[in-house]
Structure formats: C-alpha cells, structure tokens
Design a protein around this ligand. Structure first.
Ligand SMILES: [Zn+2]
Ligand SMILES: [Zn+2]
Length: 390
C-alpha cells in the first residue's frame, strides 16, 4: 500500500536549534507485514525531541533516509501469522522500546533493557530489512522500528502494547504513554529515591519533565523546584505540582536550592533537559545534598563523554566525600507493557495530567505541519505537541 510519512534524507542541520524545514512529508510504498509484524493505522503521535536528535545527527541512525516518530498510538489493521497478543481492530500504543519477553532483561522485569531494543538505531526492522520504499527504490528506514509520523506503518509485534482495556482514552493521551509520560513519570517514581517530604529539583519542563514533576508530586515530595530558562514553561510548572521555579539565566540554581533548604540541598535532582551537556548535568548535580542523587534522563550528544562536577559543588572530591549518586535511566526504568496500562489507570483516576484538559498537551498539528511542530518545540512554545492523524 501507499502511505504518507515524515522523514529526513540525511542527518545534520546547520543549526541544531532550528528545523529549517528539513523534514519531508512524502508518499512511500509500505510492504505487507511479515509473520512477526503488524500493520498499524496511526492515529496520534507525540512530538518528542528524540526524533530531532535523529534529524540533527546528535543521535544518528545507521540508515538514512529515516522516517521519524516514535511516540504513537493507533489501530491494528493486519497481523502476521505468528502474532498472537493483538488482532485486527485492537487499539494499541506503539513503543520505541520493543519487548521480546524472552531475553534476560525482559524476564527480570526490565523490558526497557530488552536486547531487541539495542537495535533501535539500526533504522531497519529487527530482521535487518526495510518496509518503506521510495518510488526510485530507495529504502526508507524507520527510527526505533516505528517511524510513525505516518498514516500507516508496519512494525514488529513486540513494539505494540494493547490498550483494549482503555476504550475511552483519547488517542493523543495514549500516544504520550509510549515515550514521554513513561520516561518522565518512571524516572521519578521508579528510578529516583524520593521519600515523602523531600526536595526534588527538575531541570527542563517538556513532555518528559512535566511527567517527572507529576511523579515527584505522586511520591509526596514537599518542595518541587523546576529550573527552566523558558518563562512560558516556568509559568506552566505549578499546574503539574511545582512549588518553586528558577530562571537559570537570572539565578544560580545551587544558591536557590541552598536558600530554600537551609543549606541542606536537594535530595534528588532529575535532569530532563533536551541536551545533557557536561556543564548542564554538572549544574543539576550541584543542587544535590550529600548522599543525594542526580538522575539523568537526557539524550546526550553522541560525542559527549563527560559530566563536569562543578568546583562550587566540591568537584570530584565531594562526589566521594558526599557519597553522591549519579544514575541514568531509560524509559523510566520500566517497560511499555507495565508503564502504558499503569499510566492510563493514573490518567483515568485523575492522578496524572496527560491530556489537553490537564495542560500537558498544548498544541496539535497535521502531518504536513511537522516542521512547524518542531520549530515550536525548539522555541519552547509547547509542553507537548502532537500530530493528529485521526
Ligand atoms: Zn521520545
Ligand atoms: Zn527482551
């Protein structure tokens, strides 16, 4: 069949912070699903920074052209003979981390580390072949086996989670549980060691950050500080549970946290900024107390190799003497088959704001408006935007 899809020809843009319209939307030929695969009618896709890292080359895939989009939801139209957990007509969330259910990590309850997930930057399907092709025969890769900024995709059965239990959840809310909500909420609830009454400092308030702040609220943190240079985002922060905001261009976050904790500093800092430079991660680290914790969720540039522990926070000496903990987390420390239903239950019970009504989804775009959607993201005009394909 034919389908419209948004893709980039090659990685790299002159300016990392401007899309310059380099994402194309064109029709491609889509192969039928193979025996382990499913054909999906895509309904909504969240606009996530990670696709931009693929477009800019900060996080390149091994094959270009590459279709973007990895935070989607839709309806199963067709399944291969070997797919048994979903059937045609089922509502599903698409996950950029597949879960094979059989590898060592999956069986230990950590689907986010599924060995199949190590191939998400290959650009191919897990079997090394392609399902999307241009008219001239050029293969178009699919980021994370998805590339779901498209009317239809074929993906592996392990990349879809049924949401048949949640018939009333809007498509765009289902979509964000496939990446941003799982990653942010999970970082605070699963990975960070937050105790009731703690002080937690969040760096960056996008779709991941706004879910992480709600995770800190859920864990009964007392003081929840959001550090973000965007005035719009600082104004939005209290809607998700923030008690304080800091403009890092005006105020040193370390000094601010010192002032509100009587010098004790934060129990946990969670970094959800879009680009984790050595300095930005070090700034977040500087707000933590002795025996405190820095949790990094950011996509660091592929060539970044350091975290600069600032002198003002005691450098590497106080890393040891302060028994501080620096940890990374992928997908919030859980897998889609646990995260998606848990998040949707939290959404339906009113504990988690993931929709337009909760101030989390702040703009919708058509597929043709994909470059506008990325420019808005880069200019920090959104908490989370989404592409509406319903
Ligand atoms: Zn994402
Ligand atoms: Zn696995």
């Amino acid at each position: 069949m034919q389908t419209e899809v948004a893709y980039v020809e090659e990685p790299g843009v002159e300016d990392r912070f401007s899309s310059r319209g380099n994402i194309k939307v064109e029709e491609v030929t889509l192969d039928d699903p193979k025996k382990d695969e499913v054909l999906i009618d895509v309904k909504a896709v969240g606009v996530c920074h990670s696709d931009w890292h693929v477009a800019s080359g900060d996080m390149p895939t091994e094959h270009y052209p590459c279709a973007l989009g990895h935070e989607g939801a839709g309806i199963v139209e067709e399944v291969g003979d070997a797919v048994t957990h979903v059937e045609a007509g089922d509502r599903v969330v698409l996950s950029w981390i597949p879960s094979c259910g059989k590898c060592r990590f999956c069986t230990a309850g950590h689907q986010e580390m599924c060995t199949r997930g190590q191939q998400v930057l290959a650009g191919t399907m897990p079997d090394g072949t392609f399902r999307m092709h241009k008219d001239d025969g050029t293969d178009v890769g699919q980021f994370a086996f998805l590339g779901c900024y498209a009317e239809h995709i074929v993906t592996h059965g392990d990349s879809v989670t049924s949401i048949e239990e949640f018939p009333d959840v809007p498509w765009e809310v289902a979509a964000v549980t496939g990446c941003a909500a799982a990653t942010g909420f999970g970082a605070a609830v699963n990975r960070a060691d937050i105790e009731p009454g703690d002080t937690v400092v969040h760096f960056g308030l996008g779709g991941v950050g706004a879910a992480a702040v709600q995770g800190s609220r859920r864990e009964s943190a007392d003081q929840i500080v959001v550090v973000d240079p965007s005035e719009y985002k600082r104004e939005k922060a209290s809607e998700f549970g923030a008690t304080h905001t800091v403009d890092p261009e005006e105020t040193d976050p370390m000094e601010f946290v010192d002032s509100i904790t009587n010098g004790r500093m934060a129990d946990v800092a969670i970094f959800t900024g879009s680009i984790g430079t050595p300095e930005a991660l070090g700034e977040a680290y500087s707000t933590t107390k002795s025996m405190g914790q820095l949790v990094s969720v950011s996509n660091n540039p592929a060539d970044a190799t350091r975290i600069d522990l600032p002198e003002k926070a005691g450098g590497t000496l106080m890393f040891t003497f302060g028994e501080r903990d620096i940890t990374g987390t992928l997908y919030g420390g859980w897998g889609p088959n646990l995260a998606v239903p848990t998040l949707l239950e939290q959404y339906e019970s009113g504990n988690l704001q993931l929709g337009e009504e909760g101030g989390y989804l702040t703009a919708s775009y058509s597929l043709d408006e994909i470059n506008e959607a990325y420019n808005d993201m880069i200019e920090t005009n959104n908490i989370r935007g989404y592409i509406d394909l319903s």
